[in-house]
Design a protein around this ligand. Structure first.
Ligand SMILES: NC(=O)c1ccc[n+]([C@@H]2O[C@H](COP(=O)([O-])OP(=O)(O)OC[C@H]3O[C@@H](n4cnc5c(N)ncnc54)[C@H](OP(=O)(O)O)[C@@H]3O)[C@@H](O)[C@H]2O)c1
Length: 488
């Protein structure tokens, strides 16, 4: 099976911070793959911008090394690579000064109708200055768009300030706020599953669903990002953005059309319907301790007194008719047993079992949408245990691992950035967050953080390689439920 590729119009893409980690690890490989798949048209150009002393040839060398490292030399098609490198140019500029902007202007000839995207792969403190410089130096035509990504604020006030800085220079219709989870195939498949099949939607409500679990478990620690992570923690780093976006897509009403306005309106309604987190018992914060000669979080962060959470579990409730009384349990953490992300929708028990008890009880159906590893969807069912010997019940899974089900074991699953960057060029904001969504998410998060910052207790310790702190188990036990296993 071959993925269908729709080429985009010739474009100019300026990557601010092109010498940085995000550009080298994600953007340059993503753009290379788009060229390999035939999506990048003749005449498309990518211009790197940063302060480093570098010319076009130097940037091509940097990109070539990045491709070797992050695509891998075995996977790299040398002809495609050389064509790709030929599209690259570099402009030296400093986002905080007026220098270099005329060089960028000169590198971007005015072609009516040609999409021009500015990707801000730099720290958020540069978003405002860069947006203003783009506008002031006459680079913001009607086809211009600006791309930013997390962290989109530290709290509601800073998110508002960031939105104000961006919208001082660009219209909302030109601002693309990336949450790369929305670029994942499975996450888009969640929408296809819900809204392109008649099967699930009638059951997708409090009458039939018992609860939802959203897990983003990582086996790695803070990996050299300690100084940054210690000022942020799991709530801000994962829950405010990725996990709430997953919750929104699971819980939203069917939008009238799969278009930016209707989809984002529905997500916003979910965020605004989130009930305030109900007291201390509804949130568990954790921090991994040392063990097996591996350092603790506090040691990795080089902050022995750190009260930052490397793990969080919480119970969210959505105050509307569809979800009344259905808890959404969210948990995310570092140094857990395995790297595993999924949304699990657990249906209610059958109202009455007709089968004799000795044959086993029907287990509730669970629809699990797995983001990683092995993107796919499984539906667990109760069936009859095959063979004679009476009516015995057993569990079975309908498994749709995408790579296998789509006959696509040889088909590379595109990285989220590939999809999202091409959506920017096409001018499709459906999979990007609107400013009011980001603010609504912070408005829900802020009081929770404010509450624990007022208290002096520390996050609960948990073992490296475990499923998180004991108290997180209790969060569900108290409700007569249990977490799903964290397993790869
Ligand atoms: N890395 C990731 O996987 C990832 C994922 C999601 C979000 N993000 C976010 O994306 C942003 C960039 O992250 P990163 O990891 O790529 O950071 P990084 O490795 O520190 O790169 C920062 C880039 O900004 C440039 N830069 C710094 N000051 C500048 C200035 N005054 N004018 C122009 N360019 C300047 C740097 O180049 P020069 O020094 O040459 O100027 C460099 O290219 C951060 O906000 C980060 O939180 C990163």
């Amino acid at each position: 099976m071959v993925a269908r590729v729709v080429p985009v119009e010739p474009f100019d893409l300026v990557v601010f911070g092109a010498t940085g980690d995000l550009a080298r690890r994600k953007l340059i490989p993503a753009l290379y793959h788009r060229m390999q798949d035939g999506q990048m048209p003749e005449g498309a150009r990518i211009i790197g911008a940063a302060r480093s002393e570098m010319d076009d040839a130097g940037f091509r060398k940097l990109a070539s090394v990045a491709l070797e490292e992050f695509v891998g030399s075995a996977e790299l098609d040398k002809l495609v690579r050389d064509r790709f490198l030929g599209r690259l140019g570099f402009v030296r500029l400093d986002a905080t000064t007026d220098q270099g902007w005329e060089r960028l202007h000169a590198a971007l000839p005015d072609v009516p109708g040609r999409p021009r995207a500015f990707y801000l792969s730099v720290a958020p403190r540069f978003f405002g200055p860069i947006a203003r410089h783009i506008a002031d130096s006459g680079l913001r035509g009607p086809e211009a768009r600006i791309v930013v990504e997390k962290p989109l604020g530290h709290d509601l006030a800073s998110a508002r300030a960031l939105n104000a800085a961006l919208s001082g220079a660009f219209d909302e219709a030109q601002i693309y706020r990336i949450d790369h989870y929305l670029g994942k195939e499975t996450v888009q498949n969640l929408m296809a599953l819900r809204f392109a099949n008649a099967l699930f939607e009638p059951l997708w409500n409090a009458r039939h669903i018992d609860h939802v679990q959203i897990t983003v478990a990582e086996s790695v620690g803070i990996e050299g990002r300690g100084a940054y992570y210690d000022t942020v923690g799991a709530m801000r780093d994962m829950v405010q953005n990725h996990m709430l976006q997953l919750l929104c897509l699971t819980a939203m009403e069917p939008p009238a059309r799969f278009e930016p306005g209707p989809v984002r309106d529905e997500k916003l309604k979910v965020l605004r319907a989130l009930a305030p987190v109900n007291g201390l018992g509804a949130v568990v914060r954790g921090q991994y301790r040392s063990g097996n000669s591996q350092p603790s979080y506090a040691q990795e962060a080089d902050n022995p007194q750190s009260r930052t959470e490397s793990y969080i579990a919480l119970k969210a409730e959505i105050g509307n008719w569809r979800w009344n009384g259905v808890p959404f349990y969210l948990r995310t953490g570092k140094r857990l047993r395995a790297r595993m992300s999924e949304i699990a929708v657990q249906f209610k028990d059958v109202p009455h079992s007709i089968f004799p008890g000795e044959g086993g009880h029907p287990a509730p159906n669970v629809l699990a949408i797995r983001l990683q590893p092995d993107e796919g969807i499984t539906l667990s069912m109760t069936i009859k245990d095959p063979g004679p010997g009476g009516m015995r019940l057993t569990g079975a899974e309908l498994d749709m691992t995408f790579a296998e089900t789509l006959g696509a074991t040889s088909l590379r699953m595109p990285d989220a950035y590939e999809r999202l960057v091409m959506d920017v060029i096409r001018g499709d904001q459906t999979l990007f967050m609107r400013g009011d969504e980001v603010e609504a998410a912070w408005a829900w998060i802020d009081p929770v953080i404010a509450e624990w910052e007022e208290r002096s207790d520390r996050p609960r310790p948990y073992d490296i390689g475990s499923s998180g702190p004991e108290d997180a188990l209790m969060l569900l036990h108290r409700d007569g439920r249990r977490w799903r296993e964290i397993e790869a």
